[in-house]
Design a protein around this ligand. Structure first.
Ligand code: KG4
Ligand code: ZN
Length: 342
């Protein structure tokens, strides 16, 4: 590698049900980013089946690496790549292992340094990739099928968890409610679409932890309330009205806790990430929050392809860590419950 050749990072992500590979050129140029979704494999089961996910990752990963390098113009990875960043947790153990072992093999074979990346730090870096002006301190709300949490980013590498869900993640609640209503998987996009035609005032549903003074979330009570309502209403149930009422309660809980986190920390910049960022009501409410603040509140939303699981965000988290001096070797392990911050 010559002195002026670009710093290229190969990112690998396999923590849940998407196999993803990307090549990132320092600092923010995504040369290629490929995601192979397993949604159709898991859809008949109404949720992710861990064993099936691992098998699909294993079938997909090497072909995806090859295609991604080709698309990125990397013909000689041994010479051209500067770092391999791979998600090492949190996630499903069997899924994580596929990505981690593939990355370790490539790192050893090509003699390229490797870095194990926290998946949540990856989500946070989706915003860093998309918004060069985003600087710490800021709050990061991560909302996906597996996570609902708010972190305070004091600086890159220094995170404090302000609050998380006590049970289901918000995306998971969408998926479960959709399953109850026979709407298929994943449930978020369908409920979001139906909610637009429904009346959110039709059914009274509880907003989780509405009055509490802690940044905390819970969606299992809301899900149970929906279940009772479905049983009680029977044939009379209006699915669009229920979707609208459920969505309003779920989004209200997210937005109210973001406001609380702002009040508690005095930090008024929030970056949002995870698959639920696609939700129209959430985007609208957050944009209203910023719009009505007279410029005091700033909200960052990455483009959708960076919100859902992808490997460009993992490459970015690895790159920034490498540049602040973090080093890894082949001894790191996949850790299904790796916490980003405490
Ligand atoms: O980040 P992601 O692709 O995967 C992980 O969970 O890591 O997020 C997927 C989740 C699913 O639960 C899906 O139902 C939800 O995001 N989702 C939505 C919407 N689009 C996707 N939830 C609400 N509204 C949406 N428009
Ligand atoms: Zn994710």
């Amino acid at each position: 590698m010559t002195m002026d050749s670009p710093f290229l990072v190969l990112g690998i992500e396999s923590s849940c049900d998407d196999t993803a590979v990307a090549v990132l050129e320092e600092p923010r140029r995504i040369r290629a980013s490929l995601v192979m979704s397993q949604v159709e494999d898991h859809a008949p089961h109404g949720g992710v089946v861990p064993e099936l996910a691992s098998r699909r990752h294993q079938e997909a990963i090497m072909g995806l690496v090859r295609r991604c390098l080709w698309q990125a113009g990397v013909s000689n990875p041994m010479r051209q790549l500067s770092l391999i960043a791979v998600t090492a947790g949190p996630g499903l153990m069997g899924s994580l292992l596929v990505g981690v072992m593939a990355a370790k093999g490539l790192s050893q074979g090509w003699e390229v340094p490797i870095m194990g990346v926290n998946h949540m730090e990856g989500h946070l870096f989706a915003n860093v990739l998309a918004h060069p002006d985003l600087k710490p301190p800021f709050l990061c709300l991560i909302v996906s099928g597996g996570h609902t949490e708010v972190h305070l980013v004091r600086s890159f590498g220094d995170y404090r968890l302000l609050g998380a869900t006590r049970d289901d993640a918000v995306g998971e609640a969408y998926d479960k409610v959709a399953k109850m209503l026979g709407l298929g998987y994943p449930g978020g996009p369908v409920i979001d679409r139906l909610a637009r035609e429904g009346d959110p005032d039709r059914y009274q549903l509880p907003v989780p932890f509405k009055g509490s003074s802690q940044v905390e979330f819970s969606f299992s009570g809301l899900k149970t309330a929906v279940l009772w309502l479905v049983r009680r209403e029977g044939e009379a149930l209006s699915v669009p009205d229920l979707c609208a009422s459920f969505q309003r309660a779920a989004v209200e809980s997210l937005v109210s806790k973001v406001k609380l986190a702002m009040n508690q920390t005095g930090v008024r910049t929030v970056a949002v990430s995870g698959g639920v960022v696609a939700n129209r009501e959430l985007r609208r409410r957050l944009e209203d929050l910023a719009g009505s603040s007279g410029g005091r509140v700033r909200v960052y939303l990455p483009p959708l392809e960076l919100c859902t699981d992808n490997a460009a965000m993992v490459a970015a988290a690895g790159l920034w860590a490498y540049r602040r001096g973090v080093r890894d070797d082949l001894s790191f392990r996949a850790d299904p419950s790796w916490e980003l911050s405490r």
